[in-house]
Ligand binder design. Sequence first.
Ligand code: GLP
Length: 257
Amino acid sequence: MPINVPFEIMVRDDVDSLSEAVVDVLEKRLAERVDHGLTKPLGLATGRTMEPIYSALVGRLKSWPDSLLDSLLDGWSSFNLDEYVGIGDGYSRSFCTYMKLHLGIELGLTPEQLSIPNGLADNPFKEASRYRQDLERSGGLGLLLLGLGSNGHLGFNEPPCGPKEACRVVSLSASTREQNSFAFGGNLTDVPKRAITLGLSEILAAEEIHLVVTGEAKANILSSFLNSSCSDHLPASWLKIHERVVVWADQAAFKSF
Ligand code: GLP
């Protein structure tokens, strides 16, 4: 069935070849960053989808000549999408720890270079506002990597969510807490009930967006996303108003087409 969507869809056989293809683009953009002094921070996601991508990216960057890699890392600035409220640095399940493990330690990046909301802040509402202002001062997002939640969320923008929502504290839905309980040893009660997330407004203001969707479990939501018009009930559908989106999928997620 032909799909009428306003963006490119890149499909690869499996997760490995898809990750390498995404990293081809990332590597090119990062090299341009060094060459042309591009300053807008990267936007980064967490989750299982991103793990093979960060692993491939680290491998690729480590093969760069030292001087090029040093220039890239000296100028590195990224902002993550989200963090749970109540956990953070020092907590094994936090997105802060995830980023340290998958990117920070491997590449020698400092916490200041890898920005992420502080889930341990005394006042999460003030923290969300600080994070939004920090991103604004840094010029907003350049290239943004996104995963897709099983209910169509981006970051932690749970349905219903409109395109003007900004960085804020949100309550997580039962289905999202269930989806993410794998990272808490399967203990649903350990999954925090709230999070701080960049909103769709900061996401849609990114210069270029790459949405990555893998695995059979995402086939239904990918199909709904590709076939739906923009609706608050499927937050990811608002990507259709952005001019530079690429959707990356493996065959397992894309199979229903
Ligand atoms: C999580 C995160 C998102 C992530 C998405 C998909 O809840 N907040 O940033 O992209 O859901 O996660 P996964 O890649 O594990 O399927």
